[in-house]
Design a protein around this ligand. Structure first.
Ligand code: ZN
Length: 460
């Protein structure tokens, strides 16, 4: 519990002389921009956040019962019990979270946010059991999205991604990592990074840009993949690193994409220009992705569905986050999910993400948490930690978001459920009632519902 204001007066009743000697302003309650009070559970995730959490620390949610929180200038100014907070602070804007659960905003640490086109017809083929190769032979796959994305202008990409971000925000996601990767030419990759930059400026959700020019080998380089790696290293990465277009450099280290040597070359080139490495690792085969992530000191290795025991041990030693994407594994329809329990036992820090993409159209991290509980047997507390503070670590934002601690951004959710175990237990509906982003109430389902009730009453 942290209370910034002087709380000595709460511990004992002051004697009359002491009260008389005390300057008047010391007794006045400090004014806040917004107070959240009476939360049945205030899930703070405070303490032990210098490094991504591992093992039993994943279970430590730091729940305050009858909790309250103070917001000033877009930041969290104090956290504590309601009776302590309301003695020290006042505000004209008070949110009652009576019977509800308050959480930090979710951090979606792996998305392919910006693209044009859809792949629902391929979904039908997948349901019927078609292989990746059969889909490619019929002109589908990732490269069809590349074709459509190349045709789209920045404005169209921004417009489409805005709809996605609105939906993500309504479901409680307040920070999103967004990758390029559907352009695969220098011009089109930069166009996607520009779209991400514009979205970050105009949308309440904070975006973290990742350059993923090495998402796939485009048709025109099918016979000369090394030439495409040269293009990425010599032209795309310097441009992506210039003017802070990207913070991370990602690579798809897979049998049908980039091999170990090519991946290492790309990540090293990025690292030399200040882009922190990330790896799409071992998604469909054991491809050495986990080992690569450990050896280049990546911020995270993502998917890790087929990673070797050695690779996972190396990740644990280096403290590399494994970003698990159970909705993506679900969409593959193979029935295989990342072995989260082994990772936790080995001491690998885990995070969760949606892997939102044209092939895995999921905007809702609550569902990802439910999948993590059902298919990977995570405790809801572990899954919540993975979708908040550990996901923040995976995108280098743990000092800013991912927990409810004094000084951090006021990115806060009010869930209309009495405790955090409902995340996982009650799934497929949106449990988020309110979203506060940078201290501003940006989603309020309760207000929308009362307006709806009012309309109904007027009509009858
Ligand atoms: Zn991905």
């Amino acid at each position: 519990m942290t209370i910034r204001a002087d709380d000595s007066k709460h511990t004992a009743r002051p004697r009359r002389e002491a009260l008389l000697n005390r300057p008047a302003r010391a007794r006045a309650r400090e004014k806040a921009d917004l107070l959240i009070v009476n939360a049945n559970e205030l899930v703070t995730l405070s303490a032990n956040n210098q490094r991504p959490r591992t093992g039993k620390h994943l279970l430590e949610l730091g729940v305050v019962r009858d909790g309250a929180l103070v917001i000033k200038d877009g930041r969290i100014a104090a956290v504590g019990k309601t009776h302590e907070i309301t003695r020290a602070y006042k505000s004209e804007n008070i949110v009652s979270a009576n019977g509800k659960t308050v959480l930090p905003g979710f951090v979606d640490s792996h998305t392919h946010l910006v693209f044009a086109g859809t792949r629902e017809d391929e979904f039908l083929l997948r349901v019927e059991g078609a292989s990746k190769q059969e889909i490619l032979d019929r002109g589908g796959g990732l490269l069809r999205i590349v074709k459509e994305t190349r045709r789209a202008n920045v404005e169209k990409l921004v417009e489409k991604a805005t709809e996605t971000l609105n939906s993500m925000l309504e479901h409680g996601t307040t920070t999103v990592e967004a990758k390029s990767g559907y352009g695969l030419t220098t011009k089109d990759e930069m166009k996607i990074l520009e779209a991400i930059q514009r979205l970050n400026q105009m949308h309440p959700v904070d975006l973290i840009p990742t350059f993923l020019g090495a998402n796939a080998i485009p048709l025109e380089y099918a016979n000369e993949p090394e030439d495409f790696v040269d293009l990425i290293v010599d032209e795309m990465i310097p441009k992506a690193a210039d003017k802070g277009h990207a913070e991370f450099c990602d690579v798809s280290c897979e049998r049908d994409a980039f091999n170990m040597d090519q991946s290492r070359r790309i990540l090293t080139a990025g690292k030399n220009l200040g882009l922190k490495p990330k790896v799409h690792a071992d998604e469909s085969t054991p491809s050495g992705g986990a080992e690569l992530a450990a050896s280049v000191g990546a911020a995270s290795a993502d998917h890790v569905l087929f990673s070797s025991g050695e690779g996972l041990k190396a990740m644990a030693e280096k403290g590399i986050v494994a970003t698990l994407l159970p909705a993506s594994a679900f969409s593959l329809m193979t029935g295989r999910f990342p072995d989260a329990r082994t990772m936790i036992n080995l001491g690998v820090p885990i995070a969760l993400g949606t892997d939102f993409s044209p092939n895995c159209w999921v905007e809702n991290l609550q569902l990802v948490i439910a999948f993590a509980c059902h298919f990977m047997r995570l405790n809801p507390a572990e899954a919540i930690t993975a979708a908040t503070i550990n996901a923040a670590h995976a995108v280098n934002r743990a000092g800013e978001v991912g927990s409810l601690e004094v000084g951090k951004k006021a990115d806060i959710l009010v869930l209309d459920v009495p405790n955090h175990n409902f995340l996982g237990y009650r799934f497929s509906v949106n449990l988020v009632e309110k979203v506060i982003k940078n201290g501003r109430l940006v989603v309020d389902k309760e207000a929308a519902e009362s307006e709806y009730r009012l309309l109904e009453e007027q009509e009858t």
